[in-house]
Design a protein around this ligand. Structure first.
Ligand SMILES: [Zn+2]
Length: 67
């Protein structure tokens, strides 16, 4: 059975994870309808605008996906 030549120190493991697990700032852009900040590829929480469609049409698209 293969045996590791040396084990990685706790400090090395933790220092790597300190960078890897760092939280990223969420990206956002502005709604073209009401200019409220919104997440990309999400319905606007202020007015329900989604790309060129309103909330109703976006809801229909979601229903199609779920089938
Ligand atoms: Zn909006």
């Amino acid at each position: 059975m293969a045996v590791p030549k040396h084990n990685e120190s706790k400090a090395k493991t933790r220092s790597r994870r300190a960078h890897k697990d760092k939280l990223e700032e969420p990206t956002f852009n502005f709604c073209p309808e009401c200019f409220a900040p919104k997440r990309p590829h999400r319905v606007c929480l202020e007015c329900g605008h989604y790309q060129t469609q309103g909330m109703d049409e976006a809801q229909q698209i979601i229903e199609v996906w779920e089938v």
